[in-house]
Ligand binder design. Structure first.
Ligand SMILES: [Zn+2]
Ligand SMILES: [Zn+2]
Length: 194
């Protein structure tokens, strides 16, 4: 006896374009009507166009970033690093101890001009009032005394004797920037929770 092959009744499908449910003629049919087919095709090409535009914009931004001089990325990275140092230390000057100054900077013990290789060294950079930072050229004598009290003579000597120049690459700067962005975020989060 030949078994009758029972054909499953086609299940209704939801149109990909409108809320209508329809009985597909075959498994490839995804829309209820020619009208929806056209609309779906338009939507897809619009999406494709948007994606293309987005890709072109990203490529353009990358090209623009690539032609920026390295100094631009050094400055961007310094800004992020300095933000972290100021957040880490709060409003207190390493040189004069003031806690009521109008503004505080991230002040390098060995300056970025003299020791660029220490520009992203956490031991070498501390919160400093703007007066000490700008007008007293770092108030370096009292800076050193306070620095020894804060991190110990050994680490101060390590900074003072480190004279290996370093040229940062774009990739290194990107990594450092990402690191201090993350540290800054973590610091804020920690304080919010406290
Ligand atoms: Zn439809
Ligand atoms: Zn000061």
């Amino acid at each position: 006896m030949v078994k009758a092959i029972k054909q499953k009744p086609p299940k209704p499908k939801k149109c990909k374009c409108c809320p209508v449910k329809f009985i597909p003629r075959n498994s490839l049919q995804t829309v209820c009507s020619p009208k929806c087919a056209i609309q779906l095709a338009n939507q897809l090409s619009e999406r494709k166009q948007k994606r293309l535009e987005k890709e072109q914009r990203a490529a353009w931004n990358k090209r623009k970033a690539d032609v920026k001089p390295l100094s631009h990325w050094v400055n961007m990275t310094q800004r992020v690093f300095n933000d972290y140092i100021r957040a880490r230390d709060g409003n207190i000057c390493i040189s004069c101890g003031s806690t009521t100054a109008v503004s505080y900077h991230a002040g390098h013990f060995r300056t970025t001009a003299a020791a660029s290789h220490l520009r992203f060294n956490e031991d070498n950079c501390h919160s400093q009032c703007s007066a000490c930072n700008i007008h007293h050229s770092g108030a370096i004598g009292s800076y050193r005394i306070a620095l020894i009290a804060k991190i110990g003579l050994k680490r101060v000597l390590a900074i003072e004797s480190d004279n290996n120049p370093h040229r940062y690459t774009r990739e290194e700067l990107d990594t450092i920037r990402a690191r201090y962005r993350a540290l800054l975020r973590a610091l804020f989060k920690e304080r919010e929770a406290a």
